[in-house]
Design a protein around this ligand. Structure first.
Ligand code: AR6
Length: 182
């Protein structure tokens, strides 16, 4: 069952377990790589579900502005997904924690939220960035995600609904325990 926290500002933060490509939200965040070339994990699932137009647009973005550094975010259309826009953010690769990973991971959530707001989106769904192939330990990653989103929400007043979409049970439990009881 989804856990929902309603903040004083009226913004709801939800945690659900499932496949982010099946979700209906104005914006869906992709855990991309800096080349925006598609890949495995959630990136692969999003590209498969969105269709080939997405890769063409991502390649055009990368050709125009170069690689997307870790902690940054870019926006594309949603193609065959049930969203208006896809926000592609590049998480940090876990290197033991002493290489600025936490700051860059927080930046992924913050920049994605700000970009979604700039694009006029009202709801945004996040996967658990960096906790797959990039190896970020799940507990600190979840703490950073929730903290960074809550801190950035006042700067993104158009966003009224944030969803954390957890694929695995461990992340789902972690996010549930981080959100207060409704
Ligand atoms: N829906 C929601 N979450 C998912 C899905 C899905 N369909 N599939 C996987 N996850 P990862 P990263 C979860 O590896 O660690 C790619 O190759 C997964 O369980 O997708 O940021 C990119 O191209 C995990 O909790 O992303 C990059 O090269 C979370 O998504 C690299 O992987 C993130 O796992 C990025 O690595």
């Amino acid at each position: 069952m989804a856990k929902i926290e309603t903040m004083k500002t009226g913004v709801t933060i939800e945690v659900i377990q499932g496949d982010i490509t099946a979700l209906e939200a104005d914006g869906i965040v992709n855990a991309a790589n800096s080349g925006l070339q598609g890949g495995g994990g959630v990136d692969g699932a999003i590209h498969r579900a969105a269709g080939p137009g997405l890769l063409a647009e991502c390649r055009a973005i990368a050709a125009r502005q170069g690689p997307c550094p870790a902690g940054e975010a870019v926006v594309s259309a949603g193609y065959n997904l049930r969203c208006k826009k896809i926000i592609h953010t590049v998480g940090p690769v876990w290197r033991g924690g002493g290489s600025g990973e936490a700051g860059r991971l927080g930046s992924c959530y913050r920049k994605s939220l700000l970009l979604a707001h700039q694009e006029g989106l009202e709801s945004l769904a996040f996967p658990n960035i960096s906790t797959g192939v990039y190896g970020y330990p799940k507990k600190p990653a979840a703490e950073i995600a929730v903290q960074a989103v809550k801190a950035a929400l006042p700067e993104a007043p158009g966003i009224t609904r944030v969803l954390f979409v957890c694929f695995d049970a461990e992340n789902y439990r972690l996010y549930q325990s981080l959100l207060e009881s409704p």
